[in-house]
Design a binder for this molecule. Structure first.
Ligand SMILES: [Mg+2]
Length: 281
């Protein structure tokens, strides 16, 4: 009898779970598959390791070539300056996908307060390959600077110290608005560092970690990427981030005032089918 009751309650539980899963599966949030790619694919792990491996190889070349600089902000007479690399933090060094997973499961949108709470946890894990790259740079006496649009400095330094570099100093982390002129555009912080250091590499997951794009459209961004192709994979190392970034806001003209439906409509308009090419033939 007890066994039959157990089976009865178990079957009710399974039905309830299935109903919940089905409801979410019918309309999963937009970032659902992106977050799964970051959390459950070998390919995401490989892409990150590959990027940091490339960075390690190029660091050696850059060190031995005094004319080499990765920063567009680098001024003349930089050849004898001490070497440094500039690395972004979120989705470059630290993996924040658990916060995105929490939002999906709680059926919530991005919320600045939840982001702040997550940052204060200082529990983000390192991106694959990041720790060994930073160790390699330190062994070669290359200064490492972390340029981030986070505003919370102490917890960011603590997270980096816990999982990336136990010796990191607060002055290596340049947060947004730490100085009045340091806005979201990272150009002024790159220029500040380029005055004192020869910048060997820039590493990031967003175009703005390399050069400021402002409110460029997807087409303009791709055009610029093609024009600047000599940098990619050599002086500029990109980490794949399908979850968020300026690539995503560019899809709807960076217009945060639009409704979800209007943003979705803009995104659909960007899909290419090549139908025109077919009808030409
Ligand atoms: Mg980032």
């Amino acid at each position: 009898m007890v066994h039959k009751l157990r089976l009865f309650f178990l079957s009710i539980l399974l039905v309830c779970n299935a109903v919940g899963t089905t409801a979410k599966a019918e309309n999963p949030p937009e970032m659902f598959l992106s977050v799964l790619w970051a959390q459950a694919s070998a390919e995401w792990n490989m892409a990150s390791q590959q990027a940091f491996h490339l960075a390690t190889l190029n660091l050696e070349k850059a060190l031995h070539d005094p004319s080499w600089t990765a920063a567009l902000e680098q001024q003349e007479n930089y050849h004898s300056l001490p070497p440094a690399v500039i690395v972004d933090v979120d989705e470059t060094l630290l993996d924040n996908s658990p916060l995105a997973a929490r939002l999906i499961l709680a059926e919530k949108e991005y919320d600045p307060q939840l982001w702040l709470e997550w940052v204060k946890e200082s529990s983000a894990a390192p991106m694959p390959g990041a720790v060994s790259f930073i160790r390699c740079a330190k062994e070669k006496d290359v200064a490492v600077f972390y340029v981030t649009n986070r505003k919370v400095k102490n917890e960011t330094v603590r997270n980096i110290k816990n999982v990336i570099d136990p010796d990191v100093k607060p002055e290596q982390v340049l947060c947004k608005k730490e100085r009045p002129e340091w806005g979201s555009d990272k150009t002024s912080r790159r220029a500040f560092l380029a005055e004192k250091f020869r910048i060997l590499l820039l590493i990031g997951d967003d175009y703005n970690d390399f050069a400021f794009l402002g409110k460029s459209s997807p087409e303009e961004r791709i055009g610029k990427a093609v024009k600047q192709k000599k940098y990619w994979g050599k002086k500029w190392i990109l980490i794949s981030n399908p979850v968020h970034g300026s690539w995503k806001t560019a899809l709807y003209g960076h217009d945060y005032s639009l409704t979800g439906e209007e943003k979705l409509k803009r995104k659909y308009q960007l899909l290419r089918t090549n139908d025109q090419t077919k009808s030409d033939h």
